[in-house]
Design a protein around this ligand. Structure first.
Ligand code: ADP
Length: 523
């Protein structure tokens, strides 16, 4: 690092474009978060299988968010080394030649292409495409969304100049350049992991040509040349370098310092994920795990779950409502109150199991029709058992994904945990006992933004190696396995798994019933 530059340009700005909000951070060169700002935007669900956003609301949040955090911390334009990006994966927007959106931003949660995913999987071609692209065959994937457009909106396919994701939209508006980093490209289902280029067969299925997609660039690629108006809105110089960066998932691994063999990152926010870094692309013979790029040297293998912290929120809002109300009356966070109640019950909830598959599930089952189940209820079970069983259910899901990961990566030596769930010491210990591995929790919770800032330093040539993360990331609390709880969970795992498999057909039947019922007028 040049000393002169480090005094002249002491700050890195990270912009983390998420599904619920964009978070912007000012980070010092020694990894301290000096200020942050968060701007939320809505997710529109005009039909049960749609989940869309307004690309311009997100673009405005990025510009305004950077401006706000720069002002908050009092950063001068010439003090910024670079702005580096993290972004949610799998989004798709069709734009015309003037970068005017022809569609909404279709998010990972949009399910309109579910039938296409099921069909492609059945055909066997799905597994072949997955094994080259690393993106599981699922309606989240832009490949499947494009197949849906191909058949349902043929006119749009002709009118569209480019099909892009939300971060490409931001860069196109700011710099008039269509660039996609290898990381987000590897989550489109269209990108060949071996030759780092668009996959001809996947593009053929999607019905698009390479010139309808953005230019592929490394995650460390930089772009400069802001207009005076945007530079002033963000409080930056016109020549401030913008680093394209990577996806929020792979950057979270970097931001918790989990990028060495044997270190597994588990995140549980609203949803959740289990991930590990490898040094070359690796896919799963069973097609259950993703493989996404971080840089050309590091790849992230893992699995996402839909039903993470959202399950606890559902328990708080729908089941333990009186208890949550009591907590509020006492001025206690309802989540803390409910975990305290759950802690009064032994591990295994006295034989009550909960399959937390409320919104269908991605890894490891990849079954959109899966639903929640309480199993083993008896008259002796109380509300606190139901709370504990729900918290344990989320951990059974995490454990199932961790087991899939172990199949191809070998056992985890240590787990790095992050996300909202980590606020609870009780829930963290439950994870430790369920996985049978020590769990540590990094001090900072902004893992994707920190990962983006580290990648920014690498892109600017200020560090040689991402191992620099070790100088940045302080590991806080550590949890050790309680062997007797571990044995209880081991015993229950086989019952949990077998309940899921035995109910597979019934999940399809009940989902079909729910579909009909929701459509029919109330009698
Ligand atoms: P997001 O995915 O929006 O970034 P967060 O990472 O903030 O979400 O996680 C939110 C989830 O964290 C909540 O739904 C809840 O399940 C969990 N959570 C938040 N606070 C607590 C707490 N004090 N104890 C246990 N769980 C908590």
């Amino acid at each position: 690092m040049t000393d002169q530059l480090s005094t002249l340009k002491p700050y890195i700005i990270a912009a983390d474009i998420g599904t619920t909000s964009t978070k912007t951070l000012v980070i010092s060169r020694d990894g301290k978060v000096l200020g942050s700002h968060s701007i939320e935007y809505p997710l529109f669900t005009p039909a049960a299988d749609r989940a869309e956003q307004d690309p311009d609301q997100i673009f405005d949040a990025v510009v305004q968010g950077i401006g706000e955090v720069v002002r908050k911390v009092g950063v001068k334009p010439e003090q910024v080394l670079c702005v580096s990006f993290s972004s949610a994966m799998h989004s798709l927007i069709a734009v015309d030649k003037n970068t005017m959106p022809l569609t909404a931003c279709i998010t990972w949660a949009d399910n309109r292409s579910a039938m296409y995913a099921a069909e492609l999987k059945r055909s066997g071609l799905g597994q072949q495409i997955y094994s080259r692209t690393g993106t599981p065959i699922h309606p989240m994937s832009p490949l499947l969304k494009l197949m849906w457009f191909r058949d349902n909106e043929p006119g749009l396919m002709k009118e569209t100049y480019k099909f892009i994701g939300i971060k490409e939209y931001v860069f196109a508006k700011l710099f008039d350049r269509y660039v996609i980093d290898h990381s987000l490209a590897s989550a489109t289902g269209l990108f060949n992991l071996e030759n780092l280029d668009w996959d001809a067969e996947a593009l053929g299925q999607a019905g698009v040509t390479p010139d309808q997609l953005s230019e592929l660039v490394p995650t460390t690629y930089r772009v400069e040349g802001l207009s005076a108006a945007y530079a002033s809105a963000m409080g930056l110089a016109k020549d401030t370098p913008f680093i394209v960066g990577a996806s929020d998932g792979v950057l979270a691994n970097l931001g918790v310092g989990a990028f060495e063999p044997g270190v597994v990152a588990v995140t549980i926010g609203t949803s959740g994920a289990v991930r590990s870094v490898v040094t070359k692309p690796q896919t799963d013979p069973e097609g259950k795990l993703f493989c996404y790029a971080l840089t050309e040297k590091f790849w992230v293998v893992g699995g996402p779950i839909n039903n993470g912290g959202i399950v606890f929120r559902w328990v708080r809002d729908q089941i333990a409502t009186a208890e949550a109300e009591e907590a509020r009356r006492q001025g206690i966070d309802p989540y803390d109150y409910l975990t305290e109640l759950a802690s009064q019950v032994k591990a295994g909830s006295d034989g009550l199991l909960f399959l937390p598959l409320l919104s269908g599930e991605r890894a490891p089952y990849w079954n959109a029709n899966a639903r929640g189940v309480y199993f083993g209820l008896s008259l002796s079970h109380e509300k606190k058992h139901m709370i504990r069983a729900a918290l344990e259910g989320v951990m059974f899901s995490i454990q199932a994904v961790a087991t899939s990961l172990e199949r191809i990566m070998g056992p985890a030596e240590v787990i790095r945990a992050s996300g909202g769930f980590a606020r609870s010491e009780f829930w963290r210990q439950m994870m430790t006992d369920m996985l049978g591995t020590s769990v540590t929790v990094p001090d900072s919770i902004e893992s994707s933004g920190i990962g983006a800032a580290l990648l920014g330093l690498l892109a600017m040539g200020e560090i040689d190696d991402l191992a620099h993360a070790h100088n940045w990331i302080q590991v806080g609390t550590a949890h050790e396995v309680n062997e007797s709880n571990y044995r209880v969970y081991q015993q229950l795992t086989s019952i949990y798994t077998s309940v899921y498999h035995q109910l597979k057909d019934q999940f399809d039947a009940i989902t079909a019933f729910q579909g009909q019922h929701l459509r029919s007028p109330q009698s």
